[in-house]
Design a protein around this ligand. Structure first.
Ligand code: ADP
Length: 336
């Protein structure tokens, strides 16, 4: 599909180059012929006006030599123009092909990303749906299904439905935060934003006996959308708790450098391998350590959404980690 588009675009560029060449060639030909005509006429006039040559020159010979001079000149001009045009068309063909490839490349990349996203999303949706289907089919075939077993089946289906709901919410958030969309701009006090995010993580943190400590400065503000920022910090603090063994603390520290804030969320959990760090912000990417640790559920969408939110605020999120020792996620946001 993209190869055909590249060829079509190359031909289009080449067509444009050919039209430009033709335009210049026609005009160049006209100019050159006019110049040639006037130079031959000047010669003839000079000979006619010289009194010493009268009687010595055969005017018929002169006319026919003038004709052949003109014809020779015309052929030379045409040959020259053909050569120059051939070189231009050849160079233009190569240039057009590279230009067409450059034009098509970003469209192809966007298309590939879209298809990968659709493939990943359907793969993630298929697993819970297949589990539910298999469980229901087995239950329907069982003629002696007891009430307790039916309740167990419904409980398991409900768990799968909860996973599907969280997946669809993640996908929705991703599409909402993806791209150049403008966000709501207001002065946001980041202290309460982080407190709200911690409150949302509290049930899991309490369950795992993990304390989340904060050291927040004064005048800790940025411009943007408070709801999205709560989402951003919730994702990072939730991950810090999710991927830590019970009882390991999570610390949130803030430093103000120049025109921006650096908010670091540090845990003492699983950590992430250096080779995986560049990928963890990609959609649907889950590190090997967390995939093998089946207890921690997720779809690999949280960090992609978090980075989108930070970038919409003209900031960013980066990570550094030491496997087995812990990770630090740093959010950079502009000061108001
Ligand atoms: P999810 O947590 O739903 O899998 P995320 O996009 O939030 O998706 O995270 C992507 C992956 O990055 C996780 O699956 C996990 O492997 C890794 N990760 C994120 N945060 C941490 C952390 N604090 N400690 C260890 N691994 C982490």
């Amino acid at each position: 599909m993209f190869r055909a588009a590249t060829v079509r675009l190359t031909l289009l560029y080449l067509g444009i180059i050919a039209v430009i060449c033709l335009f210049f060639s026609v005009n160049l030909y006209r100019l050159s012929m006019r110049e040639l005509n006037s130079s031959v006429s000047r010669q003839e006039n000079f000979l006619r006006s010289a009194p010493r040559l009268r009687g010595l020159v055969d005017w018929n010979d002169l006319r026919s030599s003038r004709q052949s001079q003109l014809e020779e000149g015309r052929q030379r001009i045409i040959a020259g123009l053909i050569n120059v045009n051939a070189i231009f068309i050849m160079l233009g063909g190569v240039g057009s092909y590279f230009l067409a490839r450059r034009t098509i490349r970003p469209i192809q990349q966007a298309h590939d990303a879209q298809s990968n996203f659709a493939a990943d999303a359907s793969h993630a949706l298929r697993t819970p749906l297949a589990t539910m289907r298999a469980e229901i089919e087995v239950a329907l075939r069982d003629k002696n299904l007891s009430l307790a077993e039916a309740r167990e089946l419904l409980k398991s289906n409900l768990e799968e439905l909860t996973k599907l709901t969280s997946l669809s919410e993640g996908l929705l958030r991703l599409t909402k935060t993806d791209g150049e969309e403008k966000i709501w701009q207001e002065t946001v006090s980041l202290g309460p934003v982080i407190e709200k995010a911690i409150e949302r993580v509290r049930p899991l943190a309490d369950q795992k006996k993990i304390t989340v400590t904060t050291h927040l400065p004064n005048n800790f503000t940025t411009r943007g959308d408070a709801v999205s920022l709560v989402e951003l910090f919730f994702t990072l603090i939730d991950n810090a708790v999710k991927y830590s063994p019970d009882g390991r603390p999570v610390n949130i520290t803030v430093t103000g450098t120049g025109k921006s804030w650096e908010i670091s969320i540090t845990d003492h959990g699983l950590g992430i391998g250096a080779d995986e760090i560049p990928h963890i912000f990609e959609r649907f990417y889950r590190a090997k350590s967390s995939k093998s640790n089946g207890k921690v559920e997720g779809y690999g969408l949280g960090l992609a959404v978090a980075r989108n939110i930070a970038r919409l605020h003209r900031g960013d999120v980066t990570a550094r980690s030491c496997p087995g020792k812990g990770s630090t996620f740093v959010v950079v946001l502009p000061k108001e």
